[in-house]
Write a new protein. Structure first.
Ligand code: PMP
Ligand code: GLN
Length: 412
């Protein structure tokens, strides 16, 4: 293995998807909906594949299928209140993963520092290191020890953040709404990040794959809309999250042409072009949603409405058994502290060094409920911060969530 990948051999996804296959627990681990996507997108896909325009099963434009980049341009031009070019300011990618990869590889030189906020979606760290960059971590810290904990109680220390920026800083990776905490960054928090980016001439990589999954009264703010930020921000989205089709693996990045150009160079030399029928179906989905944006029947409003009730249900059943959840204000994950249940689990039966790995494995095998160990989202020195926590996914049918509640209640 080339040295640039040393230390990245382990993947929590590879390990836990296998664990789910081996022990068949109720799976609240990897994040994906277990219910149907809106039928207009899935029908569009089946019609595209078998329809009259047979060319829709062949290669399409490398930087993005024309109908999809056109829909994305309409959508984001409206949301950002600026004209976004479908040709030069948007790149369609193989999921948000490839958007992240093309952004990081396309903008990092060996020795460049990249600021990563912990916990972080786990691929940020290996992607930065593979590009020769140096990740510099800063944890969100819980500023509360009792009472109801909201994701907004996890905050950055402004001085710590300010001190991280220096002349070697190339980029900061922001993720709002946040996986796994569910934090939705506030205007004030984004302004601090924006001011530091401008002061040090730093690129902001904004992972906004959960942009539509925000719970009242929070609002998703796109950092690219802050003064002076469009020219230094690359924003990343995902069709998998937007239309509840995570298996479709289509994502995108948008930003000013001079920044997107570098992503195109990486993309054209690895993936080159993404699946045509899937892009066509996603485009049709956006066209339909564009006509009802902001209206109650919009999927972008009905899905979070549905999820909010699921979030509350999960928070209650976790609390009922003695866990202490952080109530997420966005996204579809919940992190909970399980310390109070420590004497009910036999951690000795597992061999991992970190307790959250032992807890989640023991639970998958013995209680038949799977979660994800949150230390996977931390750098080595900070993993112990979350050793007594677990991450559960709540974008599941009400029946599945009820079963999870029953499993925990019975076990306790
Ligand atoms: N970023 C975050 C924060 C995520 O949770 C995910 C989950 N898949 C991704 C990026 C990757 O998205 P995709 O499935 O579109 O590659
Ligand atoms: N984003 C999803 C999660 O955090 C899926 C991650 C993955 O499949 N690698 O669970």
């Amino acid at each position: 293995l080339p040295s640039r990948y040393h230390g990245s051999e382990k993947s929590v996804w590879v390990e836990y998807i296998q664990l789910a296959l081996d022990y068949k627990p109720l799976n609240l681990g990897q994040g994906f909906p277990d219910f149907a996507a809106p039928d207009y997108v899935t029908k569009a896909l089946s019609e595209v594949a078998t329809g009259e325009n047979v060319l829709l099963n062949q290669y399409t434009r490398g930087f993005g299928h024309p109908r999809l980049v056109s829909a994305l341009s309409k959508l984001y031009s409206q949301l950002l209140d600026r004209k976004i070019s479908s040709q030069t300011e948007i790149l369609v990618t193989a999921g948000a993963y490839e958007a992240l990869f093309s952004t990081i590889s396309g903008h990092t030189n060996p020795g460049d520092e990249v600021i990563i906020i912990e916990p972080f979606f786990d691929c940020y760290d290996p992607m930065v290191r593979a590009a020769g960059g140096i990740p510099r971590f800063i944890p969100l810290r819980l500023n509360k020890t009792s009472g109801k904990i909201m994701s907004s109680d996890w905050v950055l220390d402004p001085t710590e953040l300010t001190n991280l920026f220096n002349s070697r800083t190339k980029a900061i990776i922001l993720n709002t709404p946040h996986n796994p905490i569910g934090k939705v960054f506030t205007q004030k928090e984004l302004e601090l990040i924006a001011d530091l980016c401008k002061k040090w001439n730093v690129l902001c990589i904004s992972d906004e794959v959960y942009e539509w999954l925000v719970y009242k009264p929070c609002k998703h703010i796109r950092i690219a809309t802050l003064p002076g930020m469009w020219e230094r921000t690359i924003t990343i989205g995902s069709a998998g999250k937007t239309f509840s089709v995570t298996g479709w693996k289509i994502g995108w990045a948008y930003g000013p042409a001079k920044l997107i150009k570098n992503l195109q160079t990486v993309h054209q030399n690895c993936v080159y072009t993404c699946s045509t029928p899937i892009q066509e179906a996603v485009a049709q989905g956006f066209e339909l949603e564009l006509g009802r944006l902001g209206q109650p029947e919009s999927y972008f409003l009905s899905l979070p409405r549905e999820l909010e009730a699921k979030r509350d249900f999960m928070a209650k059943f976790l609390s009922d058994v003695g866990m202490v959840p952080t109530i997420p204000e966005g996204g579809y994950f919940m992190v909970a502290d399980w310390s109070a249940l420590g004497d009910k689990v036999n951690l000795e039966q597992e061999t991992d060094e970190l307790k959250d790995y032992r807890f989640t494995k023991w639970m998958s095998k013995n209680v038949k409920l799977q979660g994800i160990p949150p230390s996977a989202f931390y750098s080595e020195p900070h993993k112990s911060l979350v050793e007594t926590s677990v991450r559960y996914c709540f974008i599941k049918t009400d029946e599945k969530l009820q079963q999870a509640a029953d499993i925990l209640q019975k076990w306790k």
